[in-house]
Design a protein around this ligand. Structure first.
Ligand SMILES: NC(=O)c1ccc[n+]([C@@H]2O[C@H](COP(=O)([O-])OP(=O)(O)OC[C@H]3O[C@@H](n4cnc5c(N)ncnc54)[C@H](OP(=O)(O)O)[C@@H]3O)[C@@H](O)[C@H]2O)c1
Length: 494
C-alpha cells in the first residue's frame, strides 16, 4: 500500500439512524440500499447505526428481505449468509402514510426506541427518495411533529437528503426550495448530485492543489479551451415518462455545472465546506449567461432518430436527447477560454470526461508547423477512471523526429488502494453522516442552475427556427451541427 503524504482528511460518520422514505422505489433499490449495504460491508458505516425503510406499500418481513436481496444482487453484491443477516439486523420496515400526523408521531416514538437500542443519540438522516412533489409535505410534517431538531443544537441533529433533478423550471425549483426551507435550515438540507461523490471528480481538485505544475498553468495564459463530455450508450431504459417531461438538458445540467465548477473554480483556502462553497459560488457568479442570441449561436439540441419509436414517447416528441453548447467564464483566470459541452444519450459509447486543451506552442520550431494541440490533460470520470496527459516526445532513434505520447494514471490499476474505496453514493452518505456539506449543492447553486438553463430552454421553445431539433443516428456522437459548433472556432472535439 502506498504511503499517504502529510495531509489525510478522513470523514468520520457519526452514529445515527438512517430513515429512507420512498424505500420501494427505483432510486432506493438501485442506489441507496446497495450503498447502505456497501458501507456496512466495508466497515465504513458507524458502529451504532440503524436503518428504517419507509414507504406506503405494505411489506411483511419476508417480502422486505427478498426485495433487499434482489436489490443487492442487481447491484452486484452477493453477500454471504452472515453478512446479509448482519445487515438485516440493522434494518426495519415501516409502512408510511405521509398525510397522517399519526405516522410521524409513531415514527418519532419508534426512532426514540431504536436510538436507545442501538446507542444512537438523536442523530438522524432522512433520505427523501420519493417524487419531488412529496418533499415539502414530508419535510413540513417532520418539522411540525418534532422530528427536525434546531440546527443550532449541538447535542443532536436531523438532516434531510434529496436528489436532483430539483424541479423542472426556475419557478417550480424556487417553490420546491422555499417549501423545504420553511421546514429545514440550509445547514440541514443535503442536495445530492452524485457526480460530486465520484473518486475521479475529487481527484481533479486533489491534483490541482498538490501539484503546482498544474494549478500554475490552469488559466488563460496556458489553456486554449476546455471540453466537458457526458455521453451515454444507453437510451431511455424505461424512463420515457420522466424523460418526455424533462429532456436531456434539465436532466443533465446539474452534472455539467458541477463538473465545470470542480474543474475551473479557484482553489479554496481550505477544504472546509464553507470555503469550498464560497469559491464555487464565486465561480458560478462568473459564468456568462446564455441569452437568446447566444443560445441560437452557441447551442445545439438534437434527438436520436429512433427516439420517437420508443415505448411511451409521443410521435411528435420534441424532447432533446443530446445537447452541445459553448459558454464563457468572465474572471481573470478564464477570460477568453471557451468551455465546450456535449451530453447525450445513445452516442455509441459511455464516457464522462473533462479535457483541458493547452495552447499550441507559440515559439520554437513548431511555431509555424501545425501539430495540433500537443498537450491535453484529460480526466476520465466513468466508466474508465483515469487521468492522462498527452505530450510530444522525441522518437527514439538516430533522427530528431517527434511523436505523440500519453502519460497515464489509471485508478483501477492501483488495485490494492482502490479495492475498499467507497462508491459515489457511499461517499455522499458518509459525508452527510459526518455533517460535511462540501459535496452537496447549496440553495444558491439550484437557483443558478435554473437561471442559466432557463434562457436556453426558452430560446429552444420560442424560436425553434433558430434552434432546430437536429436528428442524429443512434450510436453516433451527435449531429453534424455539434461538430460545426466547435469547428467554426477552429477546434475539434477531443
Ligand atoms: N431513479 C433514479 O435513477 C433517480 C435518479 C436521480 C434522481 N432521482 C430522484 O429520486 C427520487 C426518487 O426517484 P425514483 O425514481 O425512485 O422514484 P419512484 O420510483 O417514482 O418513486 C419512489 C417511491 O416513492 C413512493 N411514492 C410515489 N408517489 C408518491 C407520493 N405522491 N408521495 C409519497 N411517496 C410516493 C413510491 O413508493 P410507495 O408507493 O411504496 O410509497 C415509490 O416507490 C425522485 O425525487 C427522483 O427525482 C431518481
Amino acid at each position: 500500500m502506498t504511503e499517504t503524504l502529510g495531509f489525510c482528511q478522513e470523514m468520520r460518520p457519526e452514529s445515527c439512524g438512517f430513515i429512507l422514505f420512498g424505500a420501494t422505489g427505483d432510486l432506493a433499490g438501485r442506489k441507496i440500499v446497495p450503498a447502505l449495504f456497501g458501507l456496512c460491508e466495508k466497515k465504513i458505516a458507524p458502529k451504532n447505526f440503524y436503518i428504517v425503510l419507509a414507504a406506503r406499500t405494505p411489506l411483511d418481513r419476508a417480502a422486505l428481505e427478498s426485495r433487499l436481496r434482489a436489490s443487492l444482487t442487481k447491484a452486484g453484491f452477493f453477500p454471504s449468509r452472515e453478512s446479509f443477516r448482519a445487515f438485516l439486523e440493522r434494518v426495519e420496515y415501516i409502512q408510511a402514510d405521509y398525510d397522517s400526523e399519526d405516522f410521524y408521531r409513531n415514527l418519532l416514538k419508534r426512532l426514540g426506541a431504536l436510538d436507545a437500542l442501538s446507542g444512537v443519540k438523536k442523530k438522524r438522516l432522512f433520505y427523501l427518495a420519493t417524487p419531488p412533489a412529496a418533499f415539502e409535505p414530508i419535510a413540513g410534517r417532520l418539522k411540525s411533529c418534532g422530528l427536525l431538531f434546531d440546527p443550532g443544537d449541538r447535542s443532536r441533529w436531523s438532516r434531510i437528503i434529496i436528489e436532483k433533478p430539483y424541479g423542472s423550471s426556475l419557478e417550480n425549483a424556487a417553490s420546491l426550495d422555499d417549501g423545504l426551507k420553511a421546514a429545514a435550515a440550509e445547514a440541514q438540507v443535503y442536495r445530492i448530485d452524485h457526480f460530486t461523490g465520484k473518486e475521479t471528480v475529487q481527484n481533479v481538485m486533489a491534483l490541482r492543489s498538490a501539484n503546482s505544475v498544474f494549478d500554475a498553468t490552469w488559466n488563460n495564459r496556458f489553456i486554449d479551451h476546455v471540453q466537458l463530455t457526458i455521453f451515454e450508450e444507453l437510451g431511455l431504459e424505461g424512463r420515457a415518462n420522466f424523460f418526455e417531461r424533462m429532456g436531456l438538458a434539465r436532466d443533465m445540467m446539474s452534472h455539467i455545472l458541477q463538473l465545470a465548477a470542480i474543474t475551473a473554480m479557484d482553489l479554496p483556502a481550505t477544504f472546509s465546506d464553507t470555503d469550498f462553497k464560497a469559491e464555487k459560488k464565486r465561480f458560478f457568479e462568473s459564468v456568462r449567461p446564455l441569452d437568446r442570441e447566444a443560445a441560437a449561436k452557441q447551442s445545439v439540441r438534437a434527438q436520436y432518430e429512433s427516439y420517437r419509436d420508443e415505448p411511451g414517447v409521443a410521435p411528435d416528441s420534441a424532447a432533446e436527447t443530446f445537447l452541445a453548447f459553448k459558454f464563457q467564464v468572465d474572471n481573470d483566470r478564464w477570460r477568453g477560454v471557451p468551455f465546450y459541452v456535449r451530453a447525450g444519450k445513445k452516442t455509441g459509447l459511455k464516457s464522462t470526461r473533462i479535457d483541458l486543451v493547452y495552447k499550441k506552442p507559440g515559439r520554437g520550431i513548431f511555431r509555424s508547423i501545425d501539430i495540433g494541440y500537443p498537450n491535453v490533460f484529460s480526466f476520465s470520470i466513468q466508466p474508465e477512471e483515469k487521468v492522462t496527459f498527452s505530450l510530444i516526445s522525441k522518437h527514439p532513434g538516430p533522427k530528431l523526429c517527434f511523436v505523440p505520447r500519453t502519460m497515464a494514471l489509471d485508478y483501477r490499476a492501483e488495485g490494492q488502494e482502490a479495492a475498499g474505496y467507497p462508491t459515489d453514493y457511499e461517499r455522499l452518505l458518509i459525508e452527510a453522516m459526518s455533517g460535511d456539506q462540501t459535496l452537496f449543492l447549496s440553495s444558491f447553486e439550484i437557483r443558478f442552475l435554473w437561471e442559466f438553463l432557463s434562457p436556453l430552454l426558452e430560446a429552444w421553445r420560442e424560436a425553434p427556427e433558430a434552434n432546430p431539433l437536429h436528428p442524429y443516428p443512434a450510436g453516433s456522437p451527435g449531429p453534424a451541427a455539434a461538430e460545426e459548433l466547435i469547428k467554426k472556432d477552429g477546434r475539434a472535439w477531443a
